[in-house]
Design a protein around this ligand. Structure first.
Ligand SMILES: Nc1ncnc2c1ncn2[C@@H]1O[C@H](COP(=O)(O)OP(=O)(O)OP(=O)(O)O)[C@@H](O)[C@H]1O
Length: 251
């Protein structure tokens, strides 16, 4: 089995906080992989280290066998990344951003222009193509970020909460694009808090809590006939909340 993304012993601390705790994870090529976990579980930190945006304290991240840190050019040429809290060049228009990214990636200009036009149209950003990123809504930023990730036709997409703040019509378009990408042989890893979406899209899932993988495998194996949400709550631990405290709110 070819492994698209392999994380081995990834570890990261911020001061006294262990964000990612010797995490191991394998994403087989051709899989649609969902990463779920409570707030602060370490998903963003793990994904950032996986794609070469954040240096791990320990451990390795490999993309199709190429080490993201020791062989970044080979690894990064195969991945498309939608990071969390996307920092974009604010004073470029959507079209300029795609052109700039494509040329930096060494793509021929005519190819960049054709793909940029298509991506802007499919993601319904065509009216925003001449607007500076500075003036984009949160959802539009997510979509232009996704366009940047897709532009060079990577083999692996690593997407941090790609559906967050995206309207239902655009979300449906994005689901279709990602499904087509996987059917064509691509691999997708994405994090999400929406269990129904992960169940609908993914064939593999990992549940992360406290910086560690609590469960990973095929969706069917993880669910065991139950719902992903029930398994998640079981693994992560249901918290008592809402039933106690805040008495003043209901008075
Ligand atoms: N730059 C940073 N400096 C200090 N602490 C950080 C930093 N980035 C993350 N952390 C801490 O690391 C832990 C993991 O955070 P991370 O953002 O990876 O979680 P997450 O699973 O992506 O959470 P969410 O679902 O809320 O986005 C948290 O305790 C967080 O406060």
């Amino acid at each position: 089995m070819t492994i698209a993304l392999r994380l081995s012993g990834l570890h990261k601390t911020f001061g006294s906080t262990i964000a990612v705790d010797h995490l191991d994870l394998e994403v087989p090529a051709g899989s649609f992989f969902g990463l779920v976990g409570p707030n602060g579980a370490g998903k963003t930190t793990a994904l950032s280290m996986a794609v070469g945006l954040l240096r791990p304290d320990e451990g390795r991240a490999e993309v199709f066998g190429d080490d993201v840190w020791s062989d970044p050019v080979a690894a990064k040429s195969r991945i498309g990344v939608l990071p969390d809290g996307l920092a974009l060049p604010e004073r470029l228009t959507g079209r300029e951003l795609l052109t700039y990214t494509g040329l930096l990636r060494g793509m021929p200009k005519n190819e960049v222009v054709a793909r940029a036009d298509e991506l802007l149209a499919v993601l319904e950003l065509d009216r925003a193509h001449s607007t500076m990123v500075l003036d984009y809504s949160t959802g539009m930023r997510k979509k232009i970020g996704l366009a940047v990730a897709l532009l060079h036709a990577p083999r692996l997409l690593v997407l941090d909460e790609p559906f967050e703040a995206v309207d239902p019509v655009s979300a449906s378009t994005i689901r279709t694009i990602l499904r087509r990408f996987v059917v064509a042989g691509g691999s997708v890893v994405f994090s999400s808090h929406v269990m129904a979406l992960v169940e609908q899209l993914c064939d593999r899932v990992a549940v992360i809590a406290n910086g560690r993988v609590r469960a990973a495998g095929t969706l069917a194996d993880i669910r065991q006939g139950s719902s992903l949400e029930a398994v998640f709550v079981d693994l992560v631990g249901a918290r008592v909340g809402g039933t106690e405290g805040l008495a003043w709110l209901a008075s």
